[in-house]
Design a protein around this ligand. Sequence first.
Ligand code: NAD
Length: 523
Amino acid sequence: MATNIPIGVRTVSSVNPATGEVLRELECAGDDEVIAAVSRARAAQKRWADLSVRNRIAVLREFQRRLLEKKSEIATLITCEAGKPRSEALTTEVLVVLDAARFLIDNSYRLLRDEHLPHGNLAAKLKSGQLIREPYGVVGIISPWNYPFSIPATEALAALVAGNAVVLKPSEFTSLVALELKSLLHAAGVPQDIFQVVVGDGGTGAALIHSEIDKLVFTGSVATGKRIAAAAAERLLPVVLELGGKDPMLVMDDADVDVASSAAVWGAFVNAGQTCLSVERCYVHRNLYQAFLNSCLEKMKKLRVGSGLDPEIDVGPMIHEHQLEIVEEHVRDAVARGARVLAGGTRLPDLGRNFYMPTLLADVTHEMCIMREETFGPVLPVMGFGTDEEAMRLANDSEFGLAASVWTRDKKRGEILARQIHSGTVMVNDVISYFGISEAPHGGMKASGIGRAHGRFGLEEMVRLKYLDSDLMPRMKKVWWYGYGANFARQMEGFLDFQFARGIWKRLSGAMRAAGLVKRRRL
Ligand code: NAD
């Protein structure tokens, strides 16, 4: 493919994972370009922050209108660059962003406005307090390829409505989707310097971290997340880290096997298993184990694998061969340690280099990589358990803690079990879909990350909280200022009794001793 990029310049290629066709080659932004982008963003940010929230909401409304208008075109681009079926591009990307915009349009004004903070401490009654939410300034976003539109867009919309400028470093595999997001935002009225994209690889991402950004929102693997946290710590750069997962699905003895197996098949193979929230480990009560496996097998036979542009396809290609090799290695390791392959377990070379057959593994154990490391591919490993306690122990036996699901006909039982699972989210009788509930916070615990995206808590990540305190008696010297002495100590003890003692008489006597505080001489 002909390009005008000079020889020797670092580039990234946008490739259709289904066909291997190079869609475009792009120059990586170097350190100087990243620094320049951030300084342009900083220079423009104050004006953007000075607009009222309502004005910025109006821009989001226009963005939402334009996105709806271009939904088909954008879904096709996502499929071409990331491989997922077009229907998934519409549901898990376009719909998620339209709804995130809806949430911010409806709620940002209320959530960002100043808040009166009443005081309970009697000593501070003559003061009025307010919580003020200020934009950080320039927010850097580094995003992955698996949800190339919904992840950076939801984060950017929250940052922008809060008054920040944004510099986005998208995944090197999905630059075109990010550039399309940029066009949409600019067309909707976001100034050029307020939303910028620096295309590039990890080196460009590293340059962004070392630039003068005020906050970083990173989504990606645990390994990169740890490197980023270390670099950010050097200059105390605040970070949100949305990292990998190894999400367990627990099918309890009273679950509906038909419904749970459909969920497992969808949850494991959506986006060819390349979803941070996908079902990566499945535990089924022994009474249902065989029936569950049979039901999954039946459903998997009907899955159609191929190019995501074909509307009849259920499972598309993986993003690139390296990701496929990780899946192969995990399956090989599982089989060597005694797992049974009930379906799949092979590449589909006739379809292209990046296709792997949806795979069902039975009799897996926690000694296998497939149950410990993030596989990020179309594999559903299933393990049996005997008791609720065993299920909880297995679910929590992981370094990750992103999300989990519990399957039972008894909602109350499901909620009790959900509280015992160590993860950022637990769904009872569904998987993954909470990512599309814009009100719901998204984020992990343990190695799955720090901080939250989406909804109220995602918006809070985009602002610095300032406490503003105004004294209501500016001409009065405070009673706790200098001028200490035995009297003051006695009066103060009285004041403490007055406020905190148990029993009315003790409190009254305290009040009497404290009365002199008001008249005491201060420096
Ligand atoms: P990755 O960590 O390889 O890359 C993520 C981003 O970081 C890319 O833009 C990459 O260019 C950049 N990067 C790489 N090295 C860097 C460095 N040293 N400094 C700065 N930036 C650097 O991850 P990926 O393969 O793109 O995405 C898959 C991973 O992301 C999986 O682990 C998945 O679970 C995780 N993920 C998590 C969530 C979530 O919300 N928790 C969502 C989607 C994906």
